[in-house]
Design a protein around this ligand. Structure first.
Ligand code: BG6
Length: 509
């Protein structure tokens, strides 16, 4: 298998030393995503020659135990065979660990000493990854600064911080977080990650739209009838009740992952790929979307149901969930992009946990063909549809109407299909690989700028507040189904053809 030749595009200076400090290093995100992604970059020589990784978390552990834990999730995707074992050993040698408390300045002084002992004489770049719950961001940021860990002068090397959503829980709390974090790390130093932006197919959206001549002339209200972005997971809470109860599906995936897809589909062509230009256009698109109205949305919550031969609890029976909870696990809303290109085209966004399918896709549904010259056969004249499949089975397909082979004229809908696994014989990078490389390179195009975050919250904050103040009860839907039935009524109100990928018998299971 050919490895993607990313080194050809990397702009890092491999001679500049780098220290990656992962706060919350013993947690799931760090172990499952961050360290394996760094290993993949290491295997491709995409990290500086001289780098250290320092883990910091509350759990008491030796360096050796930490390395063992990291090792459990490293994979040999890029370099199979014996050489991979050697690379793993060489990679793990760069790791060290310190346990401490997030609100304890003494712990951060020890962290300072640790870094000093690793790197006493040289200047080095520093990447801080906050793999911790957001309520700890501020304490940790201040503690890092107070301990003198954040470089202030260019001559000391750069300091960058990566933070993970949720960035607040509405417009106000998000603004407060941005302002307070801004006292330690400038906007330039802050990398707000939305890992969906690192996914291969999502990165391809701009290429598809702006590197092909054929799409732009039809990418507008004259040709497109609706856009349907759908995110489905067939998993329940997976032990995350504490977090999910506070946030719900709208804050968890809709305000960020789904809205980013909306922005990339709706935006105008940026002046260049420079991060400022890309994000300027995304912000303009988001600013053209008025706040979502409750009358244009449906919220749901899963009840007990059967899926893949197993009986599952309903949300209210899950451990850690309040039995009266009104937290939505499903939401579907219709957004309107009020600008010259999109006015009148509904953008339906749908996200749900505990559904019968596990799939993320964007469906661009085109208007119907005017004038039927095919007589009775023309009854089968369908609408073209471009489906961009984010996951699983990354790819895209374009539905066209075709002559059914044979005597006489009969029409048939068929798909022009591009499947990544069949078309590109390469290792597809994980989203975190791509995004971490960007942080090291200092490329911010795939990270959320503060004004983009404000625009995103403005779209959802009024509806979120209304759902909470009016205590609106979500519609129940069985685990393993396609979501609440009322969502179908919303779709048909806007003439959106929803494709249930479930067979009727699965729905009823
Ligand atoms: C996270 C959400 O951002 O994305 C999770 O918090 C969700 O609830 C996850 O499961 C999905 O990510 P992916 O990459 O597996 O689609």
């Amino acid at each position: 298998m050919k490895v993607l030749e990313k080194d050809k595009r990397t702009s890092i200076n491999r001679d500049e030393p780098l220290c990656i400090i992962v706060i919350g290093a013993s947690g799931d995100l760090a172990i499952r995503k961050i360290f394996p992604a760094l290993f993949s970059l290491f295997c491709q020589d995409l990290l500086p020659k001289d780098f250290h990784i320092v883990g910091f978390a509350r759990t008491t552990m030796s360096d050796e135990a930490f390395r063992e834990r990291v090792n459990t999730k490293l994979t040999c995707r890029y370099v199979p065979g014996e050489r991979c074992d050697q690379l793993m050993a060489a990679f793990l040698e760069r790791f060290s660990y310190l346990s401490g408390n997030y609100d304890d300045s003494e712990s951060f002084k020890q962290l300072y000493q640790k870094l000093d002992s690793l790197d006493a004489s040289r200047q080095e770049n520093r990447l801080f990854y906050m793999s911790i719950p957001p309520f700890l961001f501020l304490d940790v940021a201040h503690a890092l600064a107070d301990a003198g860990l954040v470089h202030r002068k260019d001559s000391e090397g750069w300091s960058r911080v990566v933070i993970e959503k949720p960035f607040g829980s509405d417009r106000n709390s998000s603004d407060e977080l941005t302002e307070s974090m801004g006292k330690v790390f400038t906007e330039e130093q802050t990398y707000r990650i939305d890992h969906y932006l690192g996914k291969e197919v999502i990165q391809n959206l701009m290429v598809l739209r702006f590197a092909n001549l054929i799409f732009d002339p039809i990418w507008n209200r004259a040709h497109i009838e609706s856009v349907h972005i759908s995110w489905m997971e067939d998993l329940g809470l997976e032990g995350r009740a504490g977090y999910f109860e506070d946030y719900g599906i709208i804050r968890d995936v809709m305000q960020n992952h789904l809205l980013q897809m909306v922005a990339l589909v709706a935006m105008e062509q940026p002046l260049s790929l420079h991060s400022q230009h890309v994000r300027d256009e995304k912000v303009k698109a988001l600013r053209a979307i008025p706040p979502l109205k409750l009358s244009d949305m449906v919220v749901g919550q899963y009840s007990a149901g059967a899926h893949k031969g197993r009986q599952h609890f309903g949300y209210l029976e899950e451990d850690g969930v309040n039995s009266e909870s009104i937290t939505p696990t499903y939401a579907c809303g219709v957004l309107h992009v009020r600008n010259r290109r999109w006015d009148g085209v509904p953008f339906m966004v749908q996200a749900g946990k505990a559904l019968g399918d596990n799939k993320t896709e964007i469906r661009i549904q085109f208007r119907s063909v005017p004038g039927n010259i095919f007589g009775k056969a023309g009854k089968a004249l369908g609408n073209n549809e471009l489906v961009i499949r984010v996951q699983p089975d990354a790819g895209m397909s374009l539905r066209i109407t075709n002559k059914a082979p044979g005597l006489g004229i009969a029409l048939l809908e068929s798909d022009l299909d591009l499947r990544y696994d069949a078309a590109f014989k390469v290792v597809i990078p994980d989203a975190y690989e791509s995004l971490l490389l960007d942080v090291v390179e200092g490329d911010k195009s795939l990270f959320i700028r503060s004004d983009e975050l404000e625009a995103a919250w403005d779209i959802f904050t009024p509806a979120l507040h209304q759902l909470e103040t009016e205590q609106i009860k979500p519609e129940a839907y069985p685990f393993g189904s396609s979501g609440p039935q009322v969502a179908k009524a919303l779709a048909s109100r806007y003439n959106i053809r929803c494709q249930s990928t479930l067979k009727p018998e699965e729905e009823a299971e």
